[in-house]
Design a protein around this ligand. Structure first.
Ligand code: UTP
Length: 291
């Protein structure tokens, strides 16, 4: 069986929900306190055993590359000043992990962004982590949970979360083959952004996947779908004719950092988790109570 050693992180979208900020800065660079979102996502992949990461970017998003690259001048300046703690902050990624970049030339949708990774992936299964979904996994990182499920099934796995009825139309929704409520279930369909009344379940795809390379065959010929975009979900639906596809209800807390609510919640939760920031964050929150 093939092992999952590669991950793809699409980060080429326009991020219109975060305008005007995203006019100049990618939403994947939004900081949760002092660390850009995309670093948490890269770290999730690394902590799940991935050594080879491809980030899909678009023109104007080069600061993602700069962030993970080496800044020799700054390093030298800080070293000369004896600022060793700051120097250690410059190194974000272990030296045995490789990050590569590829441009998506037109923002035609998530399916199209994933297709840009075809050469990089070759014939291997791979993890896919969306650049604006942040997870705090329970016990294990969410991508590791999916890789473990892949090791059992040798099939494509979609990470899911249960969503409220009013949110169903914002997600790709899974149709389980049987109605039993196991965490790992085989699917007989997926549908992108259905109306709540037409949705087969409330199991939403939440930005984490392990996919077999067969997906590229379907992405290559994928027509535009919901919102006029080339949808990954539509290709996964077609993949089901050839291979089994499962969903795994992931154990963890998700923050949708493409939305303002998710961004605010992540900022507060992460601050409360940091020893240096917990007391001041609690003070701020207590002072706001009753407003
Ligand atoms: P979203 O649909 O949430 O991102 O895609 P978006 O289009 O940038 O955001 P809004 O809706 O306009 O605010 C999920 C992930 O897929 C990437 C995005 O960068 C994001 O990380 N993506 C999306 C691409 O890489 N290429 C695309 O063509 C679309």
């Amino acid at each position: 069986m093939n092992k999952v050693t590669k991950a793809v992180i699409p980060a080429a979208g326009f991020g219109t929900r975060f305008l005007p900020f995203t006019k100049a800065v990618p939403k994947e660079m939004l900081p949760i306190i002092d660390t850009p979102t995309i670093e948490y996502i890269v770290k999730e992949a690394i902590e799940s055993g991935i050594k080879d990461i491809l980030i899909i970017i678009s023109e104007g998003k080069e600061c993602i590359k700069t962030y993970f690259g080496k800044n020799g001048d700054l390093e030298q300046f800080l070293t000369e000043k004896g600022k060793t703690q700051e120097v250690s902050l410059l190194k974000r990624i272990p030296s045995d992990v490789r990050i590569s970049y590829i441009y998506q030339k037109e923002q035609l949708g998530l399916g199209h962004a994933v297709l840009c990774a075809k050469e990089f992936i070759g014939n291997e299964p791979f993890a896919l982590l969306l650049g604006d979904d942040l997870y705090v996994g329970e016990e294990e990182p969410v991508t590791k949970q999916l890789i473990q499920a892949f090791e059992k099934t040798n099939s494509t796995i979609l990470g899911t979360l249960e969503v409220a009825k009013e949110d169903i139309s914002k997600y790709g929704i899974c149709s389980p083959k049987e109605k039993k409520m196991d965490r790992l279930v085989e699917l007989n369909g997926v549908i992108e952004k259905p109306k709540a009344e037409e949705a087969p379940s409330n199991l939403a795809i939440g930005g984490r996947y392990v996919l077999t390379s067969t997906i590229f065959k379907y992405l290559q010929s994928q027509q535009r779908g919901a919102g006029g975009e080339i949808q990954l979900t539509d290709s996964i639906m077609r993949l089901m004719v050839e291979e089994k596809v499962y969903s795994l209800a992931v154990a963890g807390k998700r923050y949708d950092l493409g939305s303002k609510k998710g961004f605010l919640e992540a900022t507060v939760d992460f601050a409360l988790k940091r020893e240096d920031l917990k007391p001041i964050t609690e003070d701020i929150l207590n002072n706001k109570k009753g407003l």
